[in-house]
Design a protein around this ligand. Structure first.
Ligand SMILES: [Zn+2]
Length: 287
Protein backbone atom coordinates (compact mmCIF):
# COMPACT_ATOMS: atom_id res chain seq x y z
CA UNK A 1 0.00 0.00 0.00
CA UNK A 2 1.33 3.41 -0.79
CA UNK A 3 1.75 6.08 1.85
CA UNK A 4 -1.01 8.30 0.50
CA UNK A 5 -3.61 5.55 0.76
CA UNK A 6 -2.60 4.78 4.32
CA UNK A 7 -3.04 8.41 5.28
CA UNK A 8 -6.45 8.63 3.60
CA UNK A 9 -7.58 5.40 5.30
CA UNK A 10 -6.39 6.69 8.67
CA UNK A 11 -8.22 10.00 8.21
CA UNK A 12 -11.45 8.22 7.21
CA UNK A 13 -11.26 5.88 10.18
CA UNK A 14 -10.57 8.76 12.55
CA UNK A 15 -13.49 10.76 11.14
CA UNK A 16 -15.89 7.83 11.45
CA UNK A 17 -14.71 7.15 15.01
CA UNK A 18 -15.09 10.83 15.93
CA UNK A 19 -18.60 10.95 14.46
CA UNK A 20 -19.57 7.75 16.28
CA UNK A 21 -18.20 9.10 19.57
CA UNK A 22 -20.01 12.39 19.07
CA UNK A 23 -23.26 10.57 18.36
CA UNK A 24 -22.74 8.30 21.35
CA UNK A 25 -22.11 11.11 23.80
CA UNK A 26 -24.26 13.90 22.34
CA UNK A 27 -27.87 13.06 23.16
CA UNK A 28 -29.20 16.22 21.58
CA UNK A 29 -27.49 15.55 18.25
CA UNK A 30 -28.64 11.94 18.32
CA UNK A 31 -32.20 13.09 18.99
CA UNK A 32 -32.02 15.67 16.18
CA UNK A 33 -30.88 13.07 13.64
CA UNK A 34 -33.54 10.56 14.66
CA UNK A 35 -36.23 13.23 14.73
CA UNK A 36 -35.19 14.66 11.33
CA UNK A 37 -35.53 11.22 9.78
CA UNK A 38 -38.97 10.68 11.32
CA UNK A 39 -40.09 14.03 9.85
CA UNK A 40 -39.42 12.98 6.27
CA UNK A 41 -42.74 12.72 4.47
CA UNK A 42 -44.71 13.99 7.47
CA UNK A 43 -47.05 16.93 6.85
CA UNK A 44 -50.42 18.34 7.78
CA UNK A 45 -52.22 19.77 4.81
CA UNK A 46 -53.66 23.25 5.03
CA UNK A 47 -55.52 24.67 2.06
CA UNK A 48 -57.53 27.71 1.10
CA UNK A 49 -61.10 27.39 2.33
CA UNK A 50 -64.13 27.86 0.11
CA UNK A 51 -66.54 28.03 3.06
CA UNK A 52 -69.36 30.56 2.82
CA UNK A 53 -68.50 33.68 4.82
CA UNK A 54 -70.24 36.58 6.50
CA UNK A 55 -68.73 39.96 7.46
CA UNK A 56 -69.03 40.92 11.15
CA UNK A 57 -67.79 43.67 13.45
CA UNK A 58 -65.63 43.25 16.55
CA UNK A 59 -68.76 43.85 18.67
CA UNK A 60 -70.60 41.08 16.82
CA UNK A 61 -67.79 38.72 17.77
CA UNK A 62 -67.83 39.74 21.44
CA UNK A 63 -71.58 39.16 21.60
CA UNK A 64 -71.35 35.72 20.01
CA UNK A 65 -71.44 33.09 22.76
CA UNK A 66 -69.44 30.64 20.64
CA UNK A 67 -66.44 32.98 20.56
CA UNK A 68 -63.68 33.05 23.18
CA UNK A 69 -61.12 35.84 23.31
CA UNK A 70 -57.62 35.07 24.50
CA UNK A 71 -53.96 35.85 23.72
CA UNK A 72 -52.92 32.37 22.66
CA UNK A 73 -51.77 33.47 19.20
CA UNK A 74 -49.54 36.39 20.08
CA UNK A 75 -46.23 36.41 18.24
CA UNK A 76 -43.64 37.57 20.75
CA UNK A 77 -40.01 38.02 19.74
CA UNK A 78 -37.34 40.68 19.36
CA UNK A 79 -39.21 42.21 16.39
CA UNK A 80 -42.68 42.02 17.92
CA UNK A 81 -42.36 42.89 21.57
CA UNK A 82 -45.00 43.21 24.24
CA UNK A 83 -45.99 46.80 24.83
CA UNK A 84 -44.95 48.49 28.07
CA UNK A 85 -47.41 47.76 30.85
CA UNK A 86 -48.78 44.66 29.09
CA UNK A 87 -50.77 42.62 31.61
CA UNK A 88 -51.75 39.08 30.66
CA UNK A 89 -54.62 37.06 32.10
CA UNK A 90 -52.74 34.93 34.63
CA UNK A 91 -54.00 32.09 36.83
CA UNK A 92 -52.30 29.90 39.40
CA UNK A 93 -52.01 26.31 38.22
CA UNK A 94 -53.66 23.94 40.72
CA UNK A 95 -52.23 25.63 43.87
CA UNK A 96 -48.68 24.78 42.76
CA UNK A 97 -47.24 28.28 42.79
CA UNK A 98 -46.92 28.02 38.98
CA UNK A 99 -48.57 30.97 37.26
CA UNK A 100 -49.52 30.84 33.61
CA UNK A 101 -51.83 32.38 31.06
CA UNK A 102 -55.37 31.17 31.72
CA UNK A 103 -55.73 29.95 28.12
CA UNK A 104 -52.91 27.39 28.64
CA UNK A 105 -54.01 25.96 31.97
CA UNK A 106 -56.34 23.20 30.82
CA UNK A 107 -54.00 22.09 28.04
CA UNK A 108 -51.07 21.87 30.46
CA UNK A 109 -53.19 19.81 32.87
CA UNK A 110 -53.99 17.38 30.03
CA UNK A 111 -50.37 17.15 28.89
CA UNK A 112 -49.19 16.56 32.49
CA UNK A 113 -51.83 13.90 33.04
CA UNK A 114 -50.72 12.08 29.89
CA UNK A 115 -47.06 12.23 31.01
CA UNK A 116 -48.05 10.84 34.41
CA UNK A 117 -50.08 7.99 32.94
CA UNK A 118 -47.37 7.01 30.44
CA UNK A 119 -44.23 7.45 32.51
CA UNK A 120 -45.42 7.81 36.12
CA UNK A 121 -43.59 11.13 36.23
CA UNK A 122 -44.51 14.64 37.23
CA UNK A 123 -43.88 17.26 34.55
CA UNK A 124 -42.35 20.05 36.63
CA UNK A 125 -42.18 23.71 35.69
CA UNK A 126 -38.99 25.62 36.46
CA UNK A 127 -40.17 28.91 34.97
CA UNK A 128 -43.53 30.07 33.71
CA UNK A 129 -45.03 33.54 33.96
CA UNK A 130 -42.50 36.30 34.63
CA UNK A 131 -43.41 39.87 35.40
CA UNK A 132 -41.41 42.59 33.65
CA UNK A 133 -39.41 42.96 36.89
CA UNK A 134 -38.65 39.23 36.99
CA UNK A 135 -37.59 39.27 33.33
CA UNK A 136 -35.30 42.21 34.15
CA UNK A 137 -33.70 40.06 36.90
CA UNK A 138 -33.41 37.12 34.50
CA UNK A 139 -31.52 39.36 32.06
CA UNK A 140 -29.18 40.46 34.86
CA UNK A 141 -28.52 36.86 35.90
CA UNK A 142 -28.51 35.04 32.57
CA UNK A 143 -27.24 37.84 30.32
CA UNK A 144 -27.37 37.07 26.61
CA UNK A 145 -29.29 33.82 27.06
CA UNK A 146 -32.35 35.69 28.35
CA UNK A 147 -34.72 37.44 25.94
CA UNK A 148 -34.76 41.19 26.11
CA UNK A 149 -37.53 42.90 28.04
CA UNK A 150 -40.82 42.60 26.16
CA UNK A 151 -39.48 39.87 23.84
CA UNK A 152 -40.05 36.96 26.21
CA UNK A 153 -43.11 34.75 25.97
CA UNK A 154 -42.73 34.17 29.69
CA UNK A 155 -43.98 37.72 30.24
CA UNK A 156 -47.27 36.73 28.61
CA UNK A 157 -47.49 33.53 30.67
CA UNK A 158 -47.70 31.55 27.40
CA UNK A 159 -44.39 29.70 27.84
CA UNK A 160 -43.38 27.05 30.33
CA UNK A 161 -39.90 25.71 30.97
CA UNK A 162 -40.51 22.07 31.87
CA UNK A 163 -38.42 19.22 33.25
CA UNK A 164 -38.70 15.85 34.92
CA UNK A 165 -36.77 14.60 37.95
CA UNK A 166 -32.99 14.50 37.21
CA UNK A 167 -33.48 15.76 33.63
CA UNK A 168 -33.69 19.53 33.17
CA UNK A 169 -32.54 22.00 30.52
CA UNK A 170 -30.47 20.38 27.75
CA UNK A 171 -30.66 17.16 29.77
CA UNK A 172 -34.43 16.98 29.26
CA UNK A 173 -33.82 15.07 26.01
CA UNK A 174 -31.81 12.41 27.85
CA UNK A 175 -35.06 11.23 29.39
CA UNK A 176 -37.65 9.24 27.51
CA UNK A 177 -40.26 11.63 28.90
CA UNK A 178 -38.42 14.67 27.54
CA UNK A 179 -38.21 13.15 24.07
CA UNK A 180 -41.88 12.22 24.22
CA UNK A 181 -42.86 15.76 25.25
CA UNK A 182 -40.83 17.15 22.33
CA UNK A 183 -42.59 14.83 19.90
CA UNK A 184 -46.13 14.99 21.27
CA UNK A 185 -46.83 18.30 23.03
CA UNK A 186 -48.39 19.61 19.79
CA UNK A 187 -51.35 17.29 20.34
CA UNK A 188 -52.11 19.34 23.45
CA UNK A 189 -51.75 22.75 21.83
CA UNK A 190 -48.08 23.34 22.69
CA UNK A 191 -45.09 23.76 20.41
CA UNK A 192 -41.36 23.52 20.93
CA UNK A 193 -40.99 27.21 20.31
CA UNK A 194 -37.28 27.14 19.46
CA UNK A 195 -36.80 23.91 17.49
CA UNK A 196 -33.36 22.76 16.36
CA UNK A 197 -34.40 23.19 12.73
CA UNK A 198 -35.64 26.76 13.25
CA UNK A 199 -32.67 28.67 14.61
CA UNK A 200 -32.32 30.77 11.44
CA UNK A 201 -35.94 31.95 11.73
CA UNK A 202 -36.25 32.32 15.50
CA UNK A 203 -32.73 33.62 16.09
CA UNK A 204 -32.58 31.35 19.13
CA UNK A 205 -30.88 27.99 19.62
CA UNK A 206 -32.75 24.77 20.33
CA UNK A 207 -34.59 24.85 23.67
CA UNK A 208 -36.15 21.41 24.15
CA UNK A 209 -37.51 22.51 27.55
CA UNK A 210 -39.39 25.66 26.49
CA UNK A 211 -42.94 24.84 25.44
CA UNK A 212 -45.31 27.51 24.20
CA UNK A 213 -49.10 27.33 24.19
CA UNK A 214 -50.84 28.35 20.95
CA UNK A 215 -53.73 25.89 20.83
CA UNK A 216 -55.05 23.52 18.20
CA UNK A 217 -54.88 23.20 15.25
CA UNK A 218 -51.93 25.65 15.03
CA UNK A 219 -49.65 23.53 17.22
CA UNK A 220 -50.15 20.46 15.03
CA UNK A 221 -49.71 22.38 11.78
CA UNK A 222 -46.44 23.88 13.01
CA UNK A 223 -45.05 20.64 14.44
CA UNK A 224 -46.06 18.33 11.60
CA UNK A 225 -44.81 20.71 8.93
CA UNK A 226 -41.53 21.40 10.78
CA UNK A 227 -42.27 25.12 10.97
CA UNK A 228 -41.48 27.88 13.45
CA UNK A 229 -44.07 30.30 14.79
CA UNK A 230 -42.42 33.06 12.72
CA UNK A 231 -42.62 30.95 9.57
CA UNK A 232 -46.23 30.02 10.27
CA UNK A 233 -47.33 33.65 10.61
CA UNK A 234 -45.71 34.63 7.35
CA UNK A 235 -47.41 31.68 5.63
CA UNK A 236 -50.88 33.03 6.54
CA UNK A 237 -51.91 35.66 4.03
CA UNK A 238 -53.99 38.39 5.64
CA UNK A 239 -57.71 38.09 4.89
CA UNK A 240 -57.55 34.56 3.49
CA UNK A 241 -59.37 31.62 5.06
CA UNK A 242 -57.61 28.28 5.39
CA UNK A 243 -58.99 24.90 6.28
CA UNK A 244 -57.42 21.80 7.77
CA UNK A 245 -58.17 18.74 9.87
CA UNK A 246 -56.43 18.19 13.20
CA UNK A 247 -57.19 16.47 16.48
CA UNK A 248 -60.28 14.83 15.01
CA UNK A 249 -61.92 18.15 14.04
CA UNK A 250 -62.23 20.37 10.99
CA UNK A 251 -60.91 23.90 11.37
CA UNK A 252 -60.89 27.23 9.60
CA UNK A 253 -58.04 29.62 10.33
CA UNK A 254 -57.76 33.22 9.24
CA UNK A 255 -55.43 36.10 9.97
CA UNK A 256 -57.15 39.46 9.59
CA UNK A 257 -56.25 43.05 10.20
CA UNK A 258 -59.36 43.97 12.20
CA UNK A 259 -62.10 46.56 11.81
CA UNK A 260 -64.45 44.03 10.29
CA UNK A 261 -63.93 40.30 10.01
CA UNK A 262 -64.88 37.78 7.36
CA UNK A 263 -65.85 34.63 9.21
CA UNK A 264 -67.36 31.31 8.14
CA UNK A 265 -71.16 31.21 8.30
CA UNK A 266 -71.16 27.91 10.16
CA UNK A 267 -68.94 26.94 13.09
CA UNK A 268 -69.23 25.35 16.55
CA UNK A 269 -66.78 27.45 18.55
CA UNK A 270 -64.06 29.99 17.89
CA UNK A 271 -61.01 31.59 19.46
CA UNK A 272 -60.01 35.15 18.62
CA UNK A 273 -56.55 36.31 19.62
CA UNK A 274 -54.55 39.40 18.78
CA UNK A 275 -51.40 38.40 16.87
CA UNK A 276 -49.22 41.16 18.39
CA UNK A 277 -48.36 42.43 14.91
CA UNK A 278 -51.45 44.64 14.67
CA UNK A 279 -54.00 42.05 13.56
CA UNK A 280 -55.88 39.02 14.79
CA UNK A 281 -55.88 35.30 14.31
CA UNK A 282 -59.31 33.71 14.31
CA UNK A 283 -59.67 29.97 14.74
CA UNK A 284 -62.97 28.26 14.02
CA UNK A 285 -63.76 24.75 15.13
CA UNK A 286 -66.32 23.22 12.77
CA UNK A 287 -66.57 20.00 14.77
ZN1 LIG B 1 -38.38 29.50 28.57
Amino acid sequence: MNKKRVIIAAVVIAAVAAAAALLYFDDTLRYEIKDSISRIGESLEIEESDAETVTVSFDDLTEDERVIFDRSMMLINADFQLEDGFVPDIVEYKDTGVYLNSCASEAFADLSADVMSRFGETLYVSSSYRTAEEQRQEIEEAGDVAQQLGASEHQAGLALDVYVKFFAGEGFLKSETGRWVNENCDRYGFIIRYPYYGTAETGIGYEPWHIRYIGLPHSEIIAENSMTLEGYYSSLEIGKLYSCRAGGNSWIITRQSGGTFDIPKKFKSAVVSPDNTGGYILTFNLG
